[in-house]
Each structure stands twice: as C-alpha cells, then as structure tokens.
Design a protein around this ligand. Sequence first.
Ligand code: HEC
Ligand code: HEC
Length: 371
Amino acid sequence: MISRLSLLFLALAVPALANDAGMRAYEKTLFQWVRGHCIHCHDGRTKEDGISGPGFAVENLSTSYSRIKKYVRFDDIPQSYLVRRGGNMHCLKMYGIDCGTRPEDLRKAISEWWEQGEKDAVRTGVQTLPVALPSTKDFSSISWDLEPITGEKVMRLVMEVQAFQEAKGETRGAYRFRKPRLVGVKGGIHVKGLRFIVNGREDSWANSYVAIDRKVSESAVLSPLVNILPQDKLEGDQLAIQFDLLEKGEKPQCHHSEIFRKEVLAVLEARDCFDCHGGGSNKAEGTPGAKSAMNLEGNEEQVCSTLLQRCDGQSPNRSAIVYYALRGAHHHPRVIPFAYELEPGFASWVTAELAPAATTIQREAPPLEEK
Ligand code: HEC
Ligand code: HEC
C-alpha cells in the first residue's frame, strides 16, 4: 500500500522535477545515441511488424529523459539495465534486427551524459552523504550528518532501520525504516519530501519516497509510517537521503486556540495523554520514554506547537498523533479506542492551522442577514 502510493507520487512528480543541466547533457549524448539506434522499437509507436518495446527513445526530450533514467545507474554504469539489456543481445537474437550496438558504446554515452552535466544537475533537492545500512534484524538507530546541507554542526537525520528480509538465492532482501526525525534543530526548519537513494541509483522504482511537508523546531517524528526498501547488493548497501526541501523557517505556531482547546486538548485530557507525556491540567510528571519522544509540559501555546509538529496538513488523519494514539503505531498504547472521539474535530483543527486555503474553500458563505 505505502510503496504503491509513493510510486504513484513519483510518477506524477517526474515532469516537474526534470532538471536543466542534466537534460541538456542528455540531449547531446545518450539521447542522440538511442534516437539513432533504438527507435525502431522504442519510440513509443507500434510498427507494422508489431514489435514494440518500452518508449524511452521517444521524440520528446523531457519524456525520454525522465523515462530512461529508470534504466540507468551512475554509480556503476556497466550494471545499468540499459547496458546489460540494450545491446544486440535482444535486438538481433530475439527479433533478428541489427541495432548495431555494443555495450561499450552505451557505457560511453552514459558516462558522457554524467560528465557533461548530469553530475552537476540540481536534483529534486539536497542529498546527504551515504551511510552503510545494517545487516541485523533488530531495529537500530542510524543517522545522516546534515551539516554539509544546512551548515548546522549538530543537525542530523535519525531513523531506525532493520534488515527485515534476508536475500534468498535470486530474491533480494529488504530493509525497513521507521521514525525519521531531525535532531539538533535550532529555531525552525521546513522539511519536505524524503527520498531514499540506495548506492547512488537514479532508478526511482528501486527507491522509496515519503511525502512530507512539515515545519519543526524539535525532533518530532516526521512520519508515522514504516517504509520498505529493497536490498540492492548482497552486502554493503549505502543509503543517502534526499530532501525536496530543507531550509530554515519559523518556529511553528498555533493560531486557532479555540478549536484546539475544544477539539484536541479536551480529548487529550480525557484520554490521559499527559500521564505519560507530562503536563496537562494536573501537571503530570510523565514517563521518561514518552517525554523524550514528545514532551507536553508547558503552556497551551507550547503544547499546541509541539502537537502541530506531529500533524500532516495534507491528510490530517494520517498524522502521527492519530497513528500513535488511535491506531497503535509502533506499539504505542491505543489510548483512544474510537476514531469518532478524535478524527473529525482533530482534522478541522489541523486544516485550520496547516491548510487554511482548504478551509476557506470548504467554509460556507455566511448568511446575508442574522435571524
Ligand atoms: C527490434 C526491436 C528492438 C530494437 C531495435 C531495440 N529493442 Fe530494446 N526491446 C525490444 C522489445 C520488444 C522489448 C520488450 C520486451 C523485452 O523486454 O524483451 C525491449 C526491451 C528493452 C529494455 C528493457 C525495458 C524494460 O522495461 O524491461 C531495454 C533496457 C532495451 N530494450 C534497450 C534497448 C536499447 C538501448 C536499444 C537500442 C540500442 C534497443 N533496446 C533496441 C525491442 C527492441
Ligand atoms: C501509557 C503511556 C502513554 C500514553 C497514555 C500516551 N503515550 Fe504517546 N507515547 C508513549 C511512549 C512511550 C512514546 C515513545 C514511543 C516510541 O517512540 O517508541 C510515545 C510517543 C508518542 C508519539 C510520537 C512522538 C514523536 O515525535 O516521536 C505521539 C505522537 C504520541 N505518543 C501521542 C500520544 C497521544 C496523542 C496520547 C493521548 C491520546 C498519548 N500519546 C498517550 C507513551 C504514551
């Protein structure tokens, strides 16, 4: 479910993410080459002979660019699917048509494309240095240094990772990731879109994407979901993280205290969240585990901001607050037994705070006259 959603998002996002430097280099190198050798079967049309392969060599440059990237890996060009698959092996052997190619030519065209611009291309965002992935089944915490991106010495992205499925024969294994958070945040940070990049591959189908759009000023969990990523090599996979956006912003603040008090705070009081997370009207002491994840001590404004940082403006009911408290994500106690206690009112608050445009559209026009 999750991965299918993120694939859908990727597919939709591709045209907008096309980047100039990379595409211009592609136009001068590999594009010429595939247009010269592969169009008989890969230009997206079906010929009289009925042979037609996937349309990566179409006439439209940007379509071709975004499609062909699926078959290329720049960290290990000879292993690119385009190279392994693209030679005479299939043209001549399978279809009896000589497409006049040698793997060396393809390798050369891809490496020229990389050298002449793809390597400098602004990608969809900023990328961390890769970190080695664990081979153990237990979840362990790994982190990526964000200093090269943000200039902030202490800021890191931390996630829990496990090798949850072993490779068996030809079948690749898989990793699972959970609880991504930024630690060492000073002031406010606006973070959008987390993409996982294994071994520098551009191959978007092998990667995974978490659609987030969040303003945080503390180490709030950025997504309550678990993400699965296929193993790439049998050993020694390296994972880099790419953000669509990671920039300084304002500390998140609430502006709709009335809705908050009525629809959210009242539920949290009734369901004793403060017993573990600290604070509340009884000034509960809380428990260390719960407080280190989310500390609800402080005045109403602070509590509101702390909670808001765990909310999803696009889909309020996919917020960490809902997943943890109502659905029992990551073995959190299911402290709210019924969805109706929280969801509609909670969603109206989140929408008011984070997606005000949507509220304006939904709101009915006021009556012209009272009474
Ligand atoms: C005579 C027709 C023909 C020519 C010419 C041809 N291909 Fe193909 N190719 C196919 C067909 C049909 C398929 C889909 C069926 C398959 O995977 O074998 C295919 C599949 C592929 C795939 C796998 C795509 C996928 O999604 O699995 C790659 C990569 C590929 N071709 C590369 C190339 C390259 C590079 C060239 C030019 C040098 C080329 N082909 C020329 C017929 C052709
Ligand atoms: C019995 C104790 C307990 C109660 C009651 C409780 N929690 Fe928690 N909560 C925890 C613990 C422990 C964690 C840390 C879990 C972890 O990260 O593995 C946590 C973590 C969370 C997180 C994740 C925060 C983050 O950024 O990592 C959210 C959100 C959350 N709780 C919401 C709630 C809400 C909302 C309520 C009340 C409706 C509530 N909790 C009641 C114990 C509790």
